[in-house]
Design a protein around this ligand. Structure first.
Ligand SMILES: NC(=O)c1ccc[n+]([C@@H]2O[C@H](COP(=O)([O-])OP(=O)(O)OC[C@H]3O[C@@H](n4cnc5c(N)ncnc54)[C@H](OP(=O)(O)O)[C@@H]3O)[C@@H](O)[C@H]2O)c1
Length: 294
């Protein structure tokens, strides 16, 4: 069994770990934390992953959940909180790109439901455990995998689910990744001096399963652009950096690329947009009261 580093975080949770960047990050985290909770929508894939990671150092657990559906996210959080009173590291990574508009079982446009509401809902429901970890071993950390695709995104406030005109996947995907950064910044602002830091990152253009759920075209584009893509392990290095390095522990609300601070667009830094997104996300996720009032 691999030796853990000195003072490894006791408990970490990662989503979207059955493929691509999340899989590479899980491989890395499994050698650096005491207990790693793997969250995904396929029990079979999670069990396979747990088998693959066994012996790297961390104790492994799996929680099955469809992160685009609100009841399922609640159930994931409840399952976690029933077994753990602390969460030292949360990596929100699960994401989807759809060329054609698709709805979840809740009837919500999937990109918005998974990429943004999934991050928001899970993080806020796990807040008590993040707070407990932060009190015992500060800081607790939240790492949100966003994207430079936010640069092509705008918040379509009157039609966030693009029911009016889907116009292929990019506007919706770009919006969801813009939402990741707005959420991270608002989360950091609301946490204030609490010893929980939150950062977002751009992983680069990475050779993963991303967009391959879109028929031959998605596969074709990912295949011909392979020479320009980074490996998942390279991309996962930024997750690891934000999870363990002392430097990002000294700030919060940042946007990072290749282990360096990066500047998101002005739209991603708009505090009014971040507050508006927070309020409507609370409602969409069914929070009766705000667990982190401004
Ligand atoms: N690849 C890139 O170039 C790139 C660039 C910028 C940002 N990103 C971001 O990086 C993150 C990871 O993407 P990736 O490139 O590694 O893609 P990927 O290989 O397709 O992995 C996506 C992961 O998310 C999970 N997932 C998708 N929908 C889900 C749902 N409804 N419920 C639960 N899990 C779900 C997938 O689970 P299954 O295995 O069950 O499908 C998979 O584990 C995403 O947030 C993406 O936006 C990627």
């Amino acid at each position: 069994m691999a030796a853990l580093p000195a003072d490894p975080p006791p408990v970490a949770l990662i989503t979207g770990c059955t493929s691509g960047i999340g899989l590479a990050a899980a491989e890395d985290l499994a050698g650096k934390v005491q207990r790693l909770v793997l969250v995904g929508r396929s029990r079979e894939k999670l069990d396979q992953l747990a088998g693959r990671l066994a012996g790297r150092g961390a104790a492994l657990e799996v929680i099955v959940g469809e992160l685009g559906e609100r009841a399922a996210v609640r159930a994931v959080a409840e399952a976690f909180l029933a077994a753990h009173d602390r969460l030292d590291l949360l990596v929100n990574n699960a994401g989807v790109y759809n060329q054609e508009r698709k709805l979840t079982a809740d009837g919500v446009e999937e990109t918005f439901a998974v990429n943004h509401l999934g991050y928001f809902d899970l993080t806020l429901r796990l807040l008590p455990a993040l707070r407990a970890a932060a009190a015992a071993r500060p800081p607790a950390r939240v790492v949100n995998v966003a994207s430079d695709a936010h640069k092509a995104g705008t918040m379509a406030w009157d039609d966030l689910e693009r029911a009016g005109a889907y116009a292929q996947g990019w506007p919706s995907y770009g919006q969801s990744k813009l939402a990741n950064i707005l959420f991270t910044r608002e989360l950091a602002r609301r946490l204030g001096p609490a010893p929980i830091v939150a950062h977002a990152l751009h992983p680069g253009f990475v050779n993963t399963g991303f967009a391959r759920n879109n028929g031959w075209l998605g596969n074709f584009i990912m295949n011909i652009s392979r020479p320009f893509q980074r490996s998942p392990a390279d991309a996962a290095r930024t997750i690891s950096y934000l999870a363990f390095d002392p430097l990002p522990a000294q700030s919060s609300g940042g946007y990072w690329y290749k282990e360096r601070p990066s500047r998101p667009t002005a739209a991603a830094q708009d505090p009014a947009a971040a507050a508006r997104l927070w309020a409507l996300s609370l409602e969409r996720c069914g929070f009766g009261s705000d667990p982190l009032p401004a």
